[in-house]
Design a protein. Structure first.
Length: 314
């Protein structure tokens, strides 16, 4: 009887061990067969308006956007992002500047190229990021820098300034994660003129972004605040218009610096599809009755705006 029990126990033990070995081997095989996460991702977005740093880039019209990123396990990355725009072409067909109307400037797209290093150097969930970003605008027909392309003797901020709008920025950012709260603090510094603003090299943009996962139907709350500093303000007095007519209403400081902010929410639909809705605004200034950042009809490019967008990530 004891001999039988020992034999039975031995048999059960062998069976269990065999099962464990088989299960372990199966798990290892399954893990080996699981597809690796691709280092390349792509995205495409359709938005009701392209707002960047609080300013419309598409004259408050819809925009289509997309790009790709390659991230190496070492932390190095490169990427490209593109969007339809109109602000450069709009500036050279603006009725507010008759000397540049009809010059035929075409710049329908913004192309951003960036590269950097991103790694969790402080701890898990706290990725540090440093890199360089090139904003490139293929502005066919863009004239060279000309004094005649100033508006009312004041260098136009972004439009009709005669300055190449392509811009190079260096940036450093610190990402953070505290449970459901994520975001980053970032500082960007322009080593060239900033988006066609004359004598604006050295402009910088600190910004803070916060996101909170509500845990409710894939909805996250989003908040953002930033400040675009632009050096070399222009002080004017009894300025002459491009038509040679005095316009004392423009006397003052032509200050291109401003703050911007954004509040909104993001909905994750699953499968790489997400939607966002937000409201944004700025403190962009006026000189007299003229906006520093103006739309073709003389409106404020930094006015309050409600935006909705749909993004698919692959």
């Amino acid at each position: 009887m004891k001999s039988f029990q020992k034999s039975a126990i031995s048999a059960v033990a062998v069976a269990l061990l065999s099962g464990l070995v088989y299960t372990s081997a199966f798990a290892e095989e399954a893990a080996a067969e699981a597809p690796e996460v691709s280092p390349v991702t792509a995205n495409v977005t359709v938005a009701s308006n392209y707002i960047y740093r609080g300013l419309t880039q598409s004259n408050n019209k819809p925009a289509i956007q997309g790009g790709f990123d390659y991230a190496h396990e070492s932390g190095l990355y490169i990427g490209n992002w593109n969007s339809s725009i109109s602000w450069i072409s709009d500036g050279y067909s603006s009725s507010s500047n008759p000397k540049t109307t009809g010059t035929g400037v075409s710049a329908p797209i913004e192309m951003d190229f960036y590269a950097g290093f991103k790694k969790e150097l402080i701890g898990e969930g706290f990725a540090s990021d440093i890199g360089v970003l090139q904003y490139y605008y293929s502005a066919a027909g863009l004239p060279g820098i000309q004094s005649s392309t100033t508006v009312n003797n004041i260098p136009s901020s972004r439009q009709a300034a005669g300055v190449n709008p392509s811009t190079t920025e260096l940036y450093v950012a610190q990402n953070y994660t505290f449970g459901p709260a994520t975001g980053f603090l970032k500082f960007s510094y322009a080593v060239t003129n900033l988006f066609g603003i004359k004598n604006s090299a050295g402009a910088f943009y600190p910004d803070f972004t916060a996101n909170y996962d509500t845990g409710f139907y894939g909805i996250s709350l989003n908040a953002h605040a930033g400040y675009q500093y632009v050096p070399n303000n222009v002080v004017t007095s009894n300025a002459q218009s491009t038509a040679g007519v005095g316009n004392t209403s423009l006397a003052g400081t032509w200050n291109a610096s401003y703050a911007d902010w954004k509040l909104g929410l993001t909905k994750d639909f699953g499968g790489g599809l997400s939607g966002t809705a937000y409201y944004t605004g700025t403190s962009a200034q006026k000189v007299g009755s003229t906006y520093v950042y103006a739309t073709p009809n003389g409106g404020n490019a930094g006015r309050g705006n409600a935006v909705v967008a749909l993004t698919k990530t692959f």
